[in-house]
Design a protein. Structure first.
Length: 181
C-alpha cells in the first residue's frame, strides 16, 4: 500500500519536469529564430555595402584612367548626373562625363532605391576633411546611398518624405570612400 502511494506522488513530478523542459526548449528555439532573422538582415546589408564598395572602386579607377578629365567627374550633392550618351554605354564612352553617366546608371540598377537618391545623396568631390566637400585638397570622397526597410541598415539615416506626410519614413544607408588619386 505504501508503495502505491509513492508511485502516485512521483508521477506528477515527471509531468512538471517535462513541462519545464518544453518551456526551455521553446525559449531556445525562439532565440535561434531571432538570431537567424538578424543574420539575414546583416547579410543583406553586407551585400549592399559590398556592391557600393565595388561601384565606388570602379569610379576611382575610371578617374585614375582619365587624370586630365577629373573635373568632369565631380558632382555636388543636389546636382544631377550628366545625361546618358546617345550611343549608350557599350562600349564605354571616351569622355569623362559619358563615363560618369554610365557609372550612375550602373549604380541606379545595382543599389535598391538609388534612382531616387542619385541627385540628393550621391556626391563625388575633392576634400580636405571627411564629409565636407571643400573643392580643394588631395583626397577624393565618393558617397553612395540606397534605401532599405527600417532596421535593415547598420548605420541608417532617416529621410522624411516631404511630398507625402502620411507615408512612412524611408531609411537610407550610405557608403563613403575617401582616397587619393
Amino acid at each position: 500500500m505504501a508503495n502505491a502511494l509513492g508511485k502516485r506522488r512521483s508521477s506528477g513530478f515527471s509531468m512538471i519536469e517535462v513541462l519545464v523542459t518544453l518551456v526551455l526548449i521553446s525559449i531556445g528555439v525562439l532565440g535561434m529564430v531571432a538570431l537567424q532573422a538578424r543574420t539575414i538582415q546583416y547579410t543583406q546589408d553586407a551585400v549592399q555595402r559590398n556592391t557600393a564598395a565595388m561601384l565606388a572602386n570602379d569610379l576611382v579607377e575610371l578617374m585614375r584612367a582619365m587624370p586630365d578629365g577629373l573635373d568632369s567627374f565631380y558632382k555636388a550633392t543636389s546636382t544631377t548626373f550628366p545625361n546618358l550618351p546617345a550611343a549608350g554605354c557599350t562600349p564605354l564612352p571616351a569622355d569623362a562625363a559619358g563615363q560618369l553617366s554610365c557609372w550612375a546608371e550602373r549604380a541606379k540598377s545595382a543599389l535598391p532605391g538609388a534612382s531616387d537618391l542619385l541627385n540628393s545623396e550621391f556626391y563625388i568631390c575633392r576634400t580636405t576633411t571627411a564629409n565636407t566637400c571643400s573643392g580643394s585638397g588631395d583626397a577624393i570622397e565618393i558617397q553612395l546611398a540606397w534605401q532599405v526597410r527600417s532596421g535593415d541598415c547598420m548605420a541608417p539615416q532617416v529621410v522624411e518624405d516631404e511630398e507625402n506626410e502620411d507615408s512612412d519614413s524611408q531609411v537610407v544607408c550610405h557608403y563613403r570612400l575617401r582616397t587619393q588619386i
